[in-house]
Design a protein around this ligand. Sequence first.
Ligand code: SAM
Length: 300
Amino acid sequence: MADRDDLDFTYSLIDRIFRLSLGELADFSGAKYDGDFSLTLEQAQRRKHEYVAERIGIGPGRRVLDLGCGWGPLLAYVRERGGDGVGVTLSSAQAKACRRHGLEVHLQDAREVTAADFGNFDAVASLGAFEHFCSPEDHAAGRQEQVYRDLFGHIADLLPAGGRLYLQTMVYGRNMIPLEEVSIDAPRDSDGWYLALMSRQFPGSFLPYGQEQVVECADPRFRLLEGSSGRLDYLETIRQWRKRFGEPDLRKTLMKARLVPRYLTSSDFRLAFTSGVSANSICFERELMDHHRLVFEKRG
Ligand SMILES: C[S@@+](CC[C@H](N)C(=O)[O-])C[C@H]1O[C@@H](n2cnc3c(N)ncnc32)[C@H](O)[C@@H]1O
């Protein structure tokens, strides 16, 4: 699993720049354009929230757990709809930012949440966090499926029979290459180089192999009700993010300046944040990666 240091590297470091670029309580996962790229980023994120709400039941009095809640966008939506949301994240900056907005967020490992922590829930959601739950080491040791099965077991124990789980995650796509070819020393612009860049941006993280692996691991406790690919929508989401991050702003420039020592001393940092390419986009375009929205129901 990506640990706290890994997640602080990926998320806490960019906390203020993220909030200045995208707004407080913004989503950091693929939006739902459904191919209609005339929507604004905010409209497409809103459409995603509405879709999740409709599928898992978000509304007055409903208790919803958000595993890997980021800067709290879904929790804010749950609150707006009269529900009661609880979130967990391993990024300390995210937890602080969420709490400033009155959201109930705990700095806790999403994989280990039990009813003893926050009670039971009517529904669970996890968007863009599943990617971090298995590490390259877990995979190499043959533990990937066990990690997922344990997680689904924990989630099922929090829900009533028929309770719903919405899971949105990147996966390795149909053109994924053998792992031996993934290397930062591979030729620049090769598949292996882009995938290695991804692993620098998201240290400690290893993706599931297609939605099939996820569905199979969930199967003893959950049946899949609905699944769709959000790959093309994710490409548009990233385009919009890059625009926002690039918009000039004096405060952002000052914050970026504070990261210069990190830039000078860490090659991982340079590769992750300043290589000038969007490894995510290229991996989606080449279908080295795909992205799935999955709606599950707990078996009875
Ligand atoms: C890409 S962000 C997505 C955030 C949010 N769900 C959204 O849609 O904007 C991934 C989130 O997963 C969290 N995360 C990853 N692994 C975690 C773990 N083991 N326990 C708790 N949170 C985790 C990160 O801290 C981060 O908040």
